[in-house]
Design a protein around this ligand. Structure first.
Ligand code: SF4
Length: 215
């Protein structure tokens, strides 16, 4: 696992990696992913985030601690955490220096209450000029509290309701040739941070056998 940081009230967050050099926040691990449990995930077996949790012993405990923080966080705590994250960003020299936060690299939102709380947290960071973007398959929940304040959402599930106000992030075995194909380097690509209702395809990576999951 790469570098991470923590606020004084206990919110742990990743500082990304060479290809995703941003602050990263998860609400659950992939192991405990609610979208998978609800049958909303498009590739529950091929999940790259779950593979990381199986491969590296520190990853699952880190994400589980993040989930615990979000489960018990209050409005006051998320505001304090956002303020401190901006302060910490200012104090960093190079790593995750950009005002960008990516959410749900692993796992997903657990409830509507959590979406509403995250919207408040996101708005606080956005007041400092941050861009907030991420991924969810929770099309069964109301995502408009996030969409309406300008959080950029990439849906890993199909939805008519959200089709025009999100992007569709779709795992494929082979590129269709009709959509933008993710090259996996977010340093130079901003496609997930600009929502236009487009489809972004991502070729499944990780263990080859998992690719059998998608047709
Ligand atoms: S489409 Fe671009 S921004 Fe989105 S994950 Fe891929 S490289 Fe990153």
């Amino acid at each position: 696992m790469g570098n991470s940081s923590i606020t004084s009230n206990g919110l742990e967050y990743s500082l990304g990696n060479t290809k995703v050099p941003f602050v990263i926040v998860n609400f659950t691990s992939a192991t405990a992913c609610p979208a998978k449990r609800l049958g909303l995930c498009q590739c529950p077996v091929a999940c790259y985030a779950k593979q990381q949790e199986e491969m590296w012993p520190t990853v699952l405990p880190f994400r589980t601690r993040q989930a615990t923080w979000w489960e018990t966080a209050t409005s006051h705590q998320v505001n304090l955490a956002a303020d401190e994250m901006e302060q910490q960003r200012q104090n960093r020299q190079t790593v995750a220096k950009d005002k960008v936060l990516r959410f749900s690299e692993a796992g997903d939102f657990v409830s509507q209450k959590q979406i509403n709380l995250f919207a408040q947290f996101a708005q606080r960071l956005m007041s400092y000029g941050w861009t907030i973007y991420g991924y969810t398959a929770r099309t069964d929940l109301n995502l408009f509290p996030l969409i309406n304040i300008g959080v950029k959402i990439n849906l890993s599930n199909d939805s008519k309701t959200y089709a025009k106000v999100t992007n569709r992030f779709k795992a494929v075995k082979q590129a269709s040739g009709n959509s933008f194909l993710c090259q996996g380097d977010c340093r130079t690509c901003k496609v997930c941070r600009i929502v236009t209702g487009k489809t972004i395809e991502i070729a499944l990576h990780g263990k080859r056998k998992y690719k059998q999951e998608l047709s």
